[in-house]
Ligand binder design. Sequence first.
Ligand code: AHE
Ligand code: ZN
Ligand code: ZN
Length: 375
Amino acid sequence: TAGQVIKCKAAVAWEPKKPVSIEEIEVAPPKAGEVRLKVISNALCHTDIYTLDGHDREGKFPCILGHEAACVVESVGEGVTSVKPGDKVIPCYTPECGDCLFCNSKKTNLCPKIRSTQGQGVMPDGTTRFSKDGKEIFHFMGTSTFSEYTVVAEISCAKIADDAPMDLVCMLGCGIATGFGAVFNTTKLEAGTSAAVWGLGAVGLAVIQAAKKAGASRIFAIDVNEEKFEIAKTLGATDCVNPKKLDKPVQQYLVGETQWGIDYTYDATGNVECMRAALESAHRGWGVSCVIGVAPAGHEISTRPFQLVTGRHWTGTAFGGYKSRSQVPELVKSSMSGELPIAHYVTHRFQGVEKMNEVIDLLHTGKCLRAVVMY
Ligand code: AHE
Ligand code: ZN
Ligand code: ZN
């Protein structure tokens, strides 16, 4: 198939706020510096739905969504040397070119090498590899894994172990890696400290798992859906809080519980009121609050500046601060060795990209952590 157009099934988002449509599409061969991938497994992340619902200012339609997947290299374009056909890879929406200002800094994972074209839904040369009956279809997040085949930049491909369990490691392409990294990389939580997380979806639960692993002594799990409390406790939460059942704002309650506030707080909701509560729950003098959730276009955060003057820090994370090509393979190994297990995040399994609308409906119910679709 190398060098030829591949026809395959994909879930196409023709326009926002509509179900995706299962189509036979054409996937062009990879150009220089690009890789064509056969998608093996895909886990749905809320950001795909957020974009489908029209909340992403960068959402361009028609497009092929999807950014949490495990794949096998089908063919490579000119000049590609870091992966070869048959390699297992995780396509990463945060690439790592390895030689820019950002890649050379230990402070960040935010390689901007292809960020502008990625945000415009096209490959680095400004064109797309997807079409249907001659009509162009845009890419999404540089990954577009709601398709049996996709094309990504070589610098977006993290090569992983040959024996990696493909039905699980797809989750390290976004949500779980993001939750882990927020704790280990972005905030560098130390043993003996306290933590709190808003939102007990897969990302929030991954924060709890990582905080426990890092030795947090008290972990608050906050959600209005109490059905999530059981798994939160299993993963290490010591206190579960439903803000709707309190007679005061949750930040006031938490500061009261802990005297001066919580050392590390995380928002995994994308709700700007939760972000504010998380910041205001942080410890006087040194508390750090990390924004993980993605807020809808136009939403803004606010707090009294006094909160920062008195030593609280507001920060944020993208892909948990992991440098994709160098660190995702290690993360895959940690999940395989049992050091950081991830199988408990899979609550539902499906077969075939044609199931995508069913999966999207399921994620809306709040009963699902991760639904993995095998293609
Ligand atoms: N495109 C949006 C923002 C979307 C956003 O913030 N994405 C997160 C990842 S969400 C994963 O589920 C992110 O890490 N962004 C970093 C980046 O470079 O996009 C907008 O506001 O325009
Ligand atoms: Zn995601
Ligand atoms: Zn770079």
